[in-house]
Design a protein around this ligand. Sequence first.
Ligand code: PLP
Length: 470
Amino acid sequence: MYKFEKLARSIHQMIEDGIWKAHDKLPSLREQSELSGYSLMTVLNAYQELEAQGWLYAKDKSGYYIAERADLEINSNKEILPAQEKIQINSVVFNYLKDTQAHDIVPLGSAFPNPELLFNNKFMQLLSQHAKRKNSYLNHPNMPPGNLELRQIIAGRYQLQGISCHSDDIVITSGALDALNLSLQALTQPGDFILLQETVFYGAWQAAERLGLNVVTLPDDPESGFDLDAFEKALKQYPIKVCWLMLNAQNPIGYTVSAIIKKKIAQLLFQYQVHLIEDDVYQELNFGKEKPVSVKHFDQHNMVLHCGSFSKTLGMGARVGWVFAGSYSNAIQHVQLMSTLTVSPLLQNALVDFVAHHHYEKHLRSLRRHLDQNKKRFYQELKGRLPEDCQIHYFPTGYFLWVELPESMDSQQLYIDLLEQKISIAPSLLFRPKHTAQNFIRLNCSFEWTDELATTLDQIIYQIKKNKKA
Ligand SMILES: Cc1ncc(COP(=O)(O)O)c(C=O)c1O
């Protein structure tokens, strides 16, 4: 931890302990420097960090003062609803994605399943057949809300799960990220409050930063995956407009929330008139017999916009997703026509054939089986090697393992050290606010077990042990 972060943390603690109250003036930079023994620059950096997090505000030539939100949050139950903070994650994610792109890096930090498992020959054949047809490539009916047949097929898949859905409810998007972003943009204005899980896919933080939204975070609940009491408290306490939640094979932690809790979430959303954008990109990657249900399943009042995608089952080249938008379809198309416009007609046409002729279900069965096998093997190998003070959070869905390192460890440093050895891991800073514990990593365990993978894992363990000692 840098010196300025240490100082910022101790001032923050004093605010939490009620020593500093809203609008109190902090010691000047010089006074603070004398008091704390830190340099003027360190004090300035600490004050600026707290200002960026919304704990302080600066008055021209007069100095730094405690912000209103400090009182607001200290008076609320801070254990249940941790501080919102000014989000600054875009450059962290940008740098991470750039740094980990090189082809010679072992992609254990990747968000995509093993591409070998996603590649499907039949889908490629259908794509090439459509590529030879002018109409498949140029036809207009693929403009928003997207190819009608594909929307009918997706609506049919919802109906098979017992969810009433019509093709008009569906908007085809460029992957799930587009679906999530368009939904959030259609439902919010800058300055609105949204609710996110404390540890969540970085796309949610990025969207909130880009749209200038205030974020209230829901603490992680490793047992059930979701703390209903804290959720209700948040809905009562804050003027939350939209929640963005992931409840199936949650990225990065991996848990799946029970149907009972999802039903209750749907009831609370209606009671408090709050919308949910439900990120369900991994819904198909279950290993049991049944697909887990979504909150959408229990949504009687169109409070839930449910987002899915083919990119996590057919590869990043299949950038086709959708949102079950219901009556918000038009609002979403408005935003779409000003931004991502349309999705490749070629992909949409090939998907229609692929899904309609049951190739997709066959592909999913094989994908699930391989992911299940690879994850179990990776877990066993990792468990056998990890030091005892590390904990693996294992859930039987998806293709991630969330690993808790000793509290004293900084996963960002581990990430930097491993990147030098051409290994990528995903450090917790990508998924949770800066002020929270950062001793977690996400590992992609969708790869087949090989000698190379064993060597990589040994290198990771060696580095963990080395950093633990440092
Ligand atoms: C949890 C989660 N949601 C959404 C997305 C975006 O999906 P897509 O690639 O379909 O845009 C990702 C991609 O990594 C993800 O992990």
